[in-house]
Design a protein around this ligand. Structure first.
Ligand code: NDP
Length: 324
């Protein structure tokens, strides 16, 4: 089956970045198509916010809003503005010819081909987890991959942060602003993070560092919320239970950029490379917004902002290239 229309713009992904791009592109009368994924292992409709509980830091929602409701509202607004949304996992893309061509599998495994003059990649990223069953069961019940999103739910409580990179340092420091104590658990005897970030952590009296420890179990499955973290020394094998209300996993993210490999320039860490301050990639007419290109901020509001930029840049590119 194929979509014979050549679209002005196809947006891949339906998180905050993709749906904001959809709203702006639809309002610019570009008649965009947004392809939302359905596969929990890859693209999922609504993106990572579908995995969070309450969102307290999205401006405009002084009352609590759940991640799911927020994304339903984004989606409804995109549809209301005239964006076509279809469900499909984009499996291949060809950016070497114009119009660009891409292929998506629907939930029945049927492949459809699409053509577009411009494409906005908003496929997002996936947080890495340690990979324990107890960890999985307690996601959103104290296990989180985002301190800025969920830290405030654990005010004046003891929490654990796992990881040794810049994100772990940043999250540990951030959490000391609201939590009673932070135990930072790292698998090696030295951090990977930059020296400045490490120093801030080492000097912070509210942070206790446990080097050379791995997470063995997240405690609290029976209680249905995190009550502690069981860690094991890689040096002595000694097991310690750390009482805690939350475990923040900061062991990296994986950008969902596999389908773009070899088509567009990626950074060494796998994120799509964009010209700073823009959503432009090295392929004219191919833009990237949200977490697939931003490994520093990773917030819904920054993703939405870059989705807006991508739609405006796609519109300008179409106008300049007389292709609209
Ligand atoms: P990193 O890949 O830099 O660090 C991941 C950390 O998690 C490492 O310490 C690693 O351990 C540990 N880890 C990985 N897998 C496991 C596992 N299975 N179990 C236990 N520990 C594990 O990721 P970050 O998210 O910290 O940073 C990503 C990028 O973003 C970096 O380039 C970073 O510099 C940048 N960044 C910059 C910031 C800033 O400038 N303000 C803020 C945040 C991020 P090990 O060291 O043993 O490999």
């Amino acid at each position: 089956m194929s979509d014979s229309d050549v679209r002005n713009v196809i947006i891949i992904g339906s998180g905050p970045a993709g749906l904001t791009a959809a709203i702006y592109a639809a309002r610019a009368n570009l008649k965009p198509l947004c392809i939302e994924g359905f596969n929990a292992g890859g693209l999922i409709p609504g993106g990572q916010l579908m995995f969070t509980s309450e969102v307290e830091n999205y401006p405009g929602f002084p009352e609590k809003v759940t991640g799911q409701e927020l994304m339903e509202r984004f989606r409804a607004q995109a549809v209301h503005q005239g964006c076509d949304i279809i469900t499909g996992d984009v499996t291949r893309i060809d950016l070497s010819k114009r119009p660009f061509e891409l292929w998506a599998l629907d939930s029945e495994g049927v492949e459809r081909a699409f053509k577009a003059k411009t494409v906005i990649a908003s496929t997002g990223a996936r947080a890495n987890y340690v990979g324990l069953e107890s960890e999985n069961k307690l996601k959103n019940k104290g296990v989180s991959a985002c301190a800025v999103c969920d830290g405030a739910f654990f005010r004046n409580q003891d929490v654990v942060v796992v990881g040794g990179g810049d994100t772990a340092m940043e999250e540990a420091n951030y959490l000391t602003g609201m939590c009673k104590s932070v135990t930072l658990v790292h698998r090696r005897d030295e951090f990977r993070a930059s020296i400045t970030m490490q120093e801030r952590v080492i000097k912070n009296p509210k942070i206790k560092i446990m080097y050379s420890h791995t997470v063995e179990e997240v405690l609290g499955v029976e209680e249905d919320h995190v009550t502690g973290v069981r860690v094991k020394s890689t040096k002595t094998g000694a097991v310690t239970d750390i009482p805690a209300a939350a475990m923040f996993v900061a062991i990296g993210h994986t950008p969902l950029a596999d389908i773009f490999k070899g088509q567009v320039e990626l950074l060494d860490n796998g994120y799509i490379k964009t010209i700073p301050g823009t959503t432009q990639t090295n392929v004219p007419g191919f833009f990237a917004s949200g977490d697939v290109q931003d490994y520093v901020f990773r917030q819904a509001v920054t993703a939405a902002g870059s989705g807006c930029m991508a739609a405006l840049e796609a519109e300008r590119w179409l106008a300049a290239n007389d292709a609209h």
